[in-house]
Design a protein around this ligand. Structure first.
Ligand SMILES: Nc1ncnc2c1ncn2[C@@H]1O[C@H](COP(=O)(O)OP(=O)(O)OP(=O)(O)O)[C@@H](O)[C@H]1O
Length: 360
């Protein structure tokens, strides 16, 4: 049985539709990432589940029980806010103990559970510090301890890593995963960072203007995006528009070749279609390098162009290749393999399974 079920959940603020008929099921112990651009409704969904807002329509069930009539503190749900929302006048111990005191937990048990939570986030020894004397990473861990000490079945995290610097973010991400495994709670994390969502989550849900447009494991969502938005939001796919041929291929003037996906398209000849092509799936060779390259730029799924820009991104470099038809294609490859210089004529080719047909 799923831990949390959202059925047809809708929320608007005046004329603004924040969420529209949203259906979602979260499994016990799952790490789920809600991914979407600014204003897509991510925080609204968390606030509805936590009980800080009421849905206009639809149902929210936790283990089959209706959550909506319950006040926030009666829900087996904790929320960690983006700015951590620590009490500045309370020290670490009292910040973490807050929820237990409110629930009337006796003091011996309270001390034991706070110690346990602080050990879990590796903050033992800092009990008497106030938040302003902690680093950003330590504050984040106090906020986590405060959320976990109440032993929620579900922890909601709003951009938990956003306030940390890049170096700390990856390490903290690993810690979040380890904490999630250790506690067995389901985590639902909101983020606008696709790399973070893919690295941490068991499943990703992509929100676009209040609608969940795709839900699935990171690899599936990345490799088989359902819509243009998902294709470009996750990893910046190339979008190629064309017309379906009678043989199931696609005439694509902008690519300057016929596109041939792994399976022929079952759409009427002449219909318009858009396909996604991931930058890292495109092979690229200098045009005159050898005979193989001369053949590589011809036939289906192959074209030619000129490297016009190169962006070095550490592990990967992305080249912008201006095709002879005028369109620019993004092509990335491991920096260690070397990248052709700007101005180099290149032959490009890709396998049929690198093409994904989009719904819109
Ligand atoms: N209290 C409110 N009053 C009016 N409009 C609101 C309120 N809260 C959210 N909205 C609107 O609802 C929509 C969804 O907002 P939400 O905060 O859920 O987005 P988000 O995906 O979390 O965005 P961000 O990444 O920028 O935090 C936005 O258009 C926002 O302006």
């Amino acid at each position: 049985m799923s831990l949390l079920r959202a059925e047809g959940v809708a929320k608007r603020y005046g004329a603004t539709v924040a969420l529209e008929g949203l259906d979602l099921a979260i499994a016990p112990g799952e790490f789920f990432a809600l991914l979407g651009g600014s204003g897509s409704g991510k925080t609204t969904l968390l606030r509805l589940v936590a009980g800080f807002e009421t849905p206009d329509a639809g149902r929210l069930l936790l283990e089959g029980r209706d959550l909506v009539p319950l006040p926030p503190y009666r829900r087996p749900v904790a929320m960690m806010f983006q700015n951590y929302a620590l009490f500045p006048h309370l020290d670490v111990f009292d910040n973490v103990a807050y929820g237990l005191r409110r629930a009337g937990v006796p003091s011996a048990e309270l001390r034991r559970r706070v110690a346990e939570a602080l050990a879990l986030v590796r903050l033992a020894g800092l009990e008497r510090r106030r938040p302003h004397r902690l680093s950003g990473g330590q504050r984040q861990r106090v906020a986590l301890a405060r959320s976990l000490v109440v032993r929620p079945r579900l922890l909601l995290l709003d951009e938990p890593l956003a306030a940390l610097d890049a170096g700390l973010r990856e390490a903290t991400g690993f810690e979040l995963r380890a904490l999630q495994r250790a506690t067995g709670a389901a985590f639902v994390m909101v983020t606008h960072d696709q790399a973070e969502a893919m690295a941490l989550a068991d499943r990703i849900g992509v929100l676009e203007r209040g609608r969940l447009v795709q839900v699935g494991p990171p690899r599936e969502v990345y490799e088989r995006p359902a819509t243009r938005f998902v294709a470009t939001f996750l990893g910046g796919a190339n979008l190629l528009a064309g017309t379906v041929r009678a043989d199931g291929g696609v005439d694509c003037a902008e690519a300057g070749c016929v596109l041939r996906p792994a399976a022929p398209l079952a759409r009427p000849a002449g219909s318009a279609v858009t396909l996604a092509l991931r930058p890292e799936r495109v092979r690229m060779r200098p045009e005159a390098a050898d005979r193989a390259a001369a053949a590589e730029g011809e036939g289906p799924n192959a074209t030619r162009g000129t490297v016009v820009e190169i962006a070095y991104r550490g592990e990967l470099s992305t080249c912008l290749v201006r095709l002879d038809g005028g369109t620019a294609l993004r092509v990335s490859r491991p920096s260690a393999e070397g990248v052709p210089a700007r101005g180099t004529r290149v032959a490009l080719a890709w396998p049929g399974e690198a093409l994904t047909v989009l719904a819109d």
